[in-house]
Design a protein around this ligand. Structure first.
Ligand code: SF4
Length: 343
């Protein structure tokens, strides 16, 4: 069985190159083709001899993901379905706005968690994605962004299918390649990893002193309400999350983002707003208030426009750093919480 060459480190490729009697520096060229140039076959490595390309081809394979489907929303959002080497399907979304071209990417096939408002939560987790599969989504969405909007990506969010912190090593490895000068050379400040909240892994991010941004899908700052929406809250309650975030901040000094979808009659009262204020006031943070998209099989509804505005006004008056995120790509099921391989 051939090994996927992108699961090899540079030193492993060097060892192979030396072993077949080629000069060591060729490994760097191979790596450049694999990552910076992101090719899909050894034949494309045009500055390498035919014999070296053949030797690589008989020892290794390149498991590049393939574009399976592309859907464009009326508002310009583009949802892409990707086929993996083992037949699995994942989704990624390009969200263009006035000054941003954001790629929303997946980290697992399905999801390990079961947040009740999220379509992905109804799919069982098949497996974790490899760093190269996460990287490929960025490459494809960047190409689509340039083709459609004449502009490369400006931001990357790990908010698609899956819980990134339950695929910790591959997610961090993917960020490493995306930010490396040998990869896409993307600024870590423009990358956000979003978690449903796993306190141990948030602490680990602090220990690893990561440079990218962290977002917590909060959705309620009241334990009973949050646990009802997100079963992960039973083992990772708000107190544990608050302590983990404090620890993370003490290590990284990175501002924390909280994501909060407003659900009618569930988490949109002024008591909920006060709880949110109390929860977020301890650390430098930003709160994204997100409009809800109706998802099939889900009992929740979005807040009324009046309640939405009252909630926001309350928090603004308290001095909370609020940003309102209107939903995008609803007509192609590309909006937040809608990724469920419906194609
Ligand atoms: S919100 Fe995120 S963590 Fe929760 S089920 Fe959906 S994809 Fe998984």
């Amino acid at each position: 069985m051939k090994k996927d060459i992108r699961s090899c480190s540079l030193s492993e490729i060097e060892a192979f190159i030396i072993d077949i009697g080629e000069p060591k520096f060729k490994a760097k060229q191979v790596n450049e083709w694999l990552w910076a140039k992101s090719i899909g076959s050894f034949e494309e490595m045009s500055n390498l001899s035919k014999s070296l390309r053949e030797a690589l081809g008989s020892a290794f394979k390149i498991n590049k993901l393939k574009v399976h489907k592309k859907l464009k929303s009326n508002d310009g959002t583009i949802k892409m379905a990707f086929k993996l080497f083992d037949g699995g399907i994942i989704e990624g979304v390009l969200i263009p706005s006035e000054d941003r071209y954001t790629a929303c990417i997946s980290s697992q096939v399905g999801c390990s968690l079961d947040c009740r408002f999220c379509a992905t939560g109804f799919l069982k987790r098949e497996r974790n994605l490899l760093a190269s599969e996460i990287y490929d989504q960025v490459v494809e969405l960047n190409t689509v962004s340039k083709q459609n909007y004449d502009h490369p990506l400006t931001n990357i969010v790990y908010m698609g299918m899956g819980e990134p912190l339950l695929n910790y090593n591959e997610v961090l490895k993917s960020v490493e390649y995306i930010t490396s000068s040998k990869g896409l050379h993307f600024s870590p400040k423009r990358i956000t990893v979003s978690t449903a909240g796993i306190d141990k892994m948030i602490r680990k991010l602090g220990d690893d002193n990561v440079k990218f941004n962290l977002a917590l899908s909060l959705h309620s700052a009241i334990d009973a309400t949050r646990a009802q929406m997100m079963s992960i809250n039973q083992k990772n309650d708000l107190k544990k999350l608050r302590e983990a975030l404090k620890y993370y901040f003490s290590k990284t000094k990175n501002l924390v983002t909280y994501e909060y979808i407003l659900f009618k009659g569930v988490n949109d009262s002024l008591d909920d707003a006060e709880a949110l204020y109390q929860f977020t006031k301890h650390l430098p943070s930003k709160v994204n208030i997100i409009e809800y998209n109706q998802v099939e099989k889900v009992p929740y509804r979005g807040s009324s426009p009046k309640q939405f505005n009252t909630f926001i006004k309350y928090l603004k008056e308290k001095g909370v750093n609020i940003h309102v995120r209107r939903s995008r790509g609803k007509d192609v099921d590309a909006a937040c919480g809608q990724l469920a391989n419906k194609h």
